[in-house]
Design a protein around this ligand. Structure first.
Ligand code: GDP
Ligand code: FE
Ligand code: FE
Length: 185
């Protein structure tokens, strides 16, 4: 399967707004991958497919999690499940077995400790793609031009701060990601 097939697969499952976001993530991820020596084709594929499960029924997501994934994902809602569930769906339906691509999709919302550069490219691109509009996004875009690791640190800090400020619970994996990035070693 090729780029156009993945785009068609995404378009079928997303709203127009989410599809436009997906194109933005794809274009940003290609640029960052080229800049930081990451496999461009893998970045493109992961970006196109990263939000594929965003609008899946909650019941269906929970069933997939119960049958095939980690129970720790239960009780956190669709936002926490759509990455891991999306990775599972594209493995089953598109027969994508590349663990680098699957992990970039799995961890695009929460991050995790010890992320690969491809995972960071997708996480950062998801936050800074051109259609994103929030206070501080321009600063994050500038950071991403200078350093992938520094951009990742700032993006994760932004997410955690946002969650704290809006009184939302933080998924343990998100905290492990933050600690991994900010621990001096
Ligand atoms: P999107 O799918 O392109 O909208 O972006 P993401 O997949 O990165 O994030 C989806 C949502 O999950 C956002 O509203 C984030 O704030 C939220 N989110 C990210 N990490 C956590 C977390 O640890 N806990 C909770 N409750 N929400 C989170
Ligand atoms: Fe997402
Ligand atoms: Fe996204």
């Amino acid at each position: 399967m090729e780029r156009d097939d993945f785009l068609a697969f995404a378009k079928e499952r997303l709203t127009v707004k989410r599809y436009i976001h997906t194109i933005g993530v794809m274009e940003t991820a290609i640029k960052l991958a080229e800049k930081y020596g990451v496999d461009v084709k893998k970045a493109e594929t992961a970006a196109i497919l990263h939000d594929i499960a965003k609008y899946e029924d909650i019941e269906k997501m929970e069933q997939i999690v119960k049958d095939h994934l980690n129970d720790e994902l239960l009780g956190w809602g669709g936002e926490i499940m759509h990455g891991p569930v999306g990775a599972w769906i594209i493995k089953q339906e598109l027969h994508i077995d590349d663990e680098d691509i699957l992990n970039a999709i799995r961890y695009h919302t929460t991050g995790r400790a010890k992320m690969t550069d491809l995972e960071k490219v997708i996480y950062v691109s998801d936050m800074i793609e051109p259609n994103r509009k929030f206070d501080g996004v321009e600063k994050l875009r500038k950071k991403a031009e200078k350093s992938l690791d520094d951009a990742m640190k700032d993006c994760v800090r932004h997410t955690i701060s946002f969650l704290v400020d809006s009184k939302q619970p933080i998924f343990p994996q998100s905290i492990l990601c933050f600690n991994d990035l900010y621990r001096e070693d």
